[in-house]
Ligand binder design. Structure first.
Ligand code: UD1
Length: 417
């Protein structure tokens, strides 16, 4: 287990450069096995989810090499062996190997994926999509087997605009015969980035970023060079930290439009912001106004920013509300924020935050990745020392978080126990 100790109360000044998007990376790495030619992906974040996916690639006899933010993947000698449960359990996104292996070999057998415990996280829509393409799905105790004689394009409607299902079905459909149309898809920028990657490899995908994606199947994909977009959730987390402790803090290498819902809410609170073409500068300010946020699929307020944003709401003057509509178990950070001195109650998927609160360091737990980010934000604001246990969750999605924050004035110690 990793422990992060944060000495809070310091002002943070300088620039934080945002890394490549985790949620695009974790889909693009599995997608790369759809070709037997070498692909080069740059702006790869150095996070433990990337390591976990590379471990899976090695298990499949796929060669990788990493150098200064880029990853070269060569799946020429790949073998469609079953991924060990210990590997697929490490992260949710291991399920993208289902779509990719099904697309390439027409057969895949995989243990259930792991990931943050933020809700039930079913994958019925992924499986329905595979079935619509002509695959047969068999579920045993802890494993799915999906196989097809031939994958054929189909019209698919997603009951929920799921990020994972949209991407997984795209992965299975790019090499299918005929045309696939998926309706009510998710529109997240990471989906557009994955579709661009597949198109760079020779796929024929249109409509990514809208609610209908059309895929005309091709026979073969080829080598390509691709760049991962900046991580809007990492950027948003640092923006929130800037609103809590910035003096001022500049968040660089971002696409501000991807952060529109967060920026609008910060403006509504009266935060001091300067939005540039690829950066935002933010200053800590007293007298923030309370607001209500409701999480929604993109371009709504990202559920992944809900937890860190709750920390900022503890500093607003009055009553704020957070309504979580995507995940039924995403308030696990709340008891720990209350331990730090916040005044938050949760009822029926809504958190009510009474601010402002003086946060004082204590021992807390990073129950999942974004809850961990919330703990870091709160610990930086709190006076005294906060000890965050289970900090390995944070390293799944934030590249060099200790180093990036220390470079702007934070005092952080990270250790194994
Ligand atoms: C992705 C993100 C995650 C983010 C989430 C919502 C990655 C690796 N993770 O997760 O950070 O919090 O989007 O923005 O990109 N659902 C079903 N059946 C399915 C699939 C989903 O009912 O087959 C439901 C889920 O329970 C949830 C909702 O749909 O309530 C959205 O889930 P989804 O968009 O699939 O999330 P993930 O792709 O797992």
């Amino acid at each position: 287990m990793k422990i992060m100790e944060v000495e809070g109360g310091h002002k943070l000044s300088g620039t934080i450069r945002v890394s490549g998007a985790k949620n695009a990376t974790v889909a693009i790495i599995p997608a790369a096995i759809l070709t037997d030619e070498e692909v080069t992906i740059c702006n790869i974040p150095e996070i433990t989810d990337t390591d976990a996916l590379c471990d899976i690639l090695h298990e499949l006899n796929v060669k990788t090499s990493r150098a200064s933010g880029s990853l070269v993947i060569d799946a020429k000698d790949m073998k469609n062996t079953e991924i060990a449960e210990v590997h697929s359990k490490k992260l949710r996104a291991s399920y993208y190997f289902m779509g990719a292996l099904l697309g390439r070999y027409k057969k895949v057998s995989m243990f259930f994926p792991g990931g943050c415990s933020i809700g039930a996280r079913p994958i019925d829509l992924h499986l329905k999509g595979f079935e619509a393409l002509g695959a047969k799905v068999t579920k045993s105790k802890n494993k799915y087997t999906v196989e097809a004689d031939e994958l054929k394009g189909a019209n698919i409607y997603l009951d929920i605009a799921s990020v994972g299902a949209t991407i997984n079905i795209m992965l299975a459909a790019v090499l299918a015969t005929g045309t696939t149309v998926i309706d009510n898809v998710a529109k997240e920028p990471e989906i557009v980035n994955v579709a661009t990657f597949l198109n760079n490899m020779g796929a024929k995908i249109t409509g990514a970023g809208t609610s209908t994606i059309k895929i005309v199947g091709v026979k073969k994909l080829h080598k390509c060079f691709h760049e991962i977009i900046p991580d809007r959730i990492e950027a948003g987390t640092y923006l929130i930290i800037g609103a809590l402790c910035g003096n001022p803090l500049r968040i660089d290498n971002i696409i501000p439009e991807h952060l529109d819902p967060l920026i609008s809410k910060l403006e509504e609170m009266g935060a001091e912001l300067e939005v540039g073409t690829d950066y935002v500068v933010v200053n800590q300010k007293d007298d923030l106004k309370p607001v209500t946020i409701k999480t929604a699929v993109y371009p709504g307020f990202a559920t992944d920013l809900q937890q860190p944003f709750t920390v900022l709401l503890t500093q607003a003057n009055g009553t704020s509300k957070v309504v979580e509509t995507i995940w039924e178990n995403r308030f696990m950070h709340v008891p720990y924020l209350n331990e730090l001195g916040a005044d938050i109650t949760v009822k029926n998927q809504t958190a009510t935050i009474q601010g402002p609160s003086n946060l004082v360091g204590t021992q807390v737990v990073a129950t999942d990745l974004r809850a961990g980010a919330a703990m870091v934000a709160a610990a930086l604001k709190a006076t005294g020392k906060t000890t965050i246990t289970n900090a390995e969750h944070i390293l799944r999605g934030y590249e060099q978080i200790k180093e990036k924050l220390e470079a702007v004035g934070a005092k952080i110690n990270l250790k194994d126990i």
